[in-house]
Design a protein around this ligand. Structure first.
Ligand code: TMP
Ligand code: ASP
Length: 237
C-alpha cells in the first residue's frame, strides 16, 4: 500500500501527491470549477467525488478494452492511486457533434451532425489560452514524436467508440471530450488525467439536455444535479 507524501502539484481541479513509491502518485479531486482558462471560478458541490468515481469507472471500462491507463486503485471518495507519468502537453479533443469552440469557429449551430469524427490537438498552456495546434507544430516543438502521435490518435478514436457505445445504453450522447496522455518512466503512453462531466459534453439522448460543465460555463441552473445524474446513470447511485 503506497503511503501519501508531499504535494507535488495543484491544478485547477485536482491536486497530485507523491507516494513512497516513485512510480505511483495520488490524485485528489477538488470541488473547484474553472472555465475560460481559469478566468471564471466557482465550486460545484460534490464534484470532486463525482469526477473521481466517474473517471475511475470509465478508465476501468477502457482498460478492459485494451487501452492502457494510469489508473491503479480508488483509495477514497475523492482520491485515487495512479501511475506516475510525464504529461504530454496536449489536449486531445474528439468531436462527434458540433458544439462549443468548433461551433463558434466554423459557424455551425450546436448539435449539427458532421460527416466524420473530428480530432483536434491543443497545446496545454493557460496563459496562451490552450491554442489549437497541428501535427507539424507538435513535431517542430518536440511535444510528441510522430509515432507517439499516431498511437495517441488511434487510442483517441478507440476510446470514442467504446465510450459512445457504452454511454448510449444509459441514454447519454457523447458530443465531444478531451483526453490527456502521459508517459511512464519507460516511455509507454497511457491515458491519464480524467474523463468526467468536466472534460466531456454529455447530452441526454432524448431531450438533449446538457449534463456537463457547460452548465457552469454558461451560468445555467442545477449544475450539481447534472453531475449527480451522470453518476447515477453510470454507477447507479
Ligand atoms: P471546446 O468546444 O470548448 O473546445 O471543448 C471541447 C471539449 O473539451 C469539451 O468536451 C470540453 C473539453 N474541454 C476541457 O476538458 N478542457 C478545456 O480547457 C476546454 C476548453 C475544453
Ligand atoms: N480548463 C478550462 C479552464 O479552467 C475549463 C474548461 O472550459 O473546461 O479554464
Amino acid at each position: 500500500m503506497a503511503v501519501k507524501m508531499e504535494q507535488m502539484y495543484e491544478g485547477k481541479a485536482k491536486k497530485v501527491f507523491a507516494t513512497d513509491d516513485p512510480g505511483l502518485c495520488i490524485v485528489s479531486y477538488k470541488d473547484d470549477a474553472t472555465a475560460f482558462d481559469g478566468k471564471k471560478k466557482g465550486t460545484i458541490a460534490d464534484k470532486g467525488e463525482i469526477n473521481n468515481r466517474v473517471t475511475n469507472h470509465l478508465m476501468k471500462l477502457l482498460s478492459e478494452q485494451g487501452i492502457p491507463t494510469h489508473f491503479v486503485e480508488e483509495l477514497s471518495a475523492r482520491e485515487t492511486l495512479v501511475k506516475r507519468v510525464t504529461i504530454v502537453p496536449l489536449e486531445v479533443i474528439v468531436r462527434n457533434i458540433a458544439a462549443g469552440s468548433l461551433s463558434k469557429r466554423l459557424g455551425l449551430p450546436e448539435g449539427t451532425k458532421m460527416g466524420a469524427t473530428v480530432l483536434e490537438f491543443c497545446y496545454k498552456d493557460d496563459a496562451l489560452g490552450d491554442p489549437m495546434v497541428n501535427e507539424y507544430h507538435i513535431a517542430a516543438m518536440g511535444w510528441a514524436s510522430a509515432e507517439e502521435l499516431e498511437t495517441i490518435a488511434a487510442y483517441a478514436f478507440k476510446i470514442n467508440e467504446a465510450l459512445s457505445l457504452y454511454l448510449k445504453e444509459v441514454n447519454i450522447e457523447l458530443i465531444d471530450f478531451k483526453l490527456e496522455f502521459g508517459r511512464l518512466s519507460d516511455g509507454t503512453l497511457v491515458l491519464a488525467d480524467e474523463i468526467s462531466p468536466d472534460t466531456c459534453r454529455f447530452w441526454d439522448s432524448k431531450t438533449r439536455e446538457k449534463l456537463d460543465k457547460d452548465r457552469f460555463r454558461r451560468d445555467m441552473d442545477d449544475i450539481e444535479g447534472a453531475y449527480r445524474e451522470i453518476l447515477k446513470r453510470l454507477i447507479g447511485q
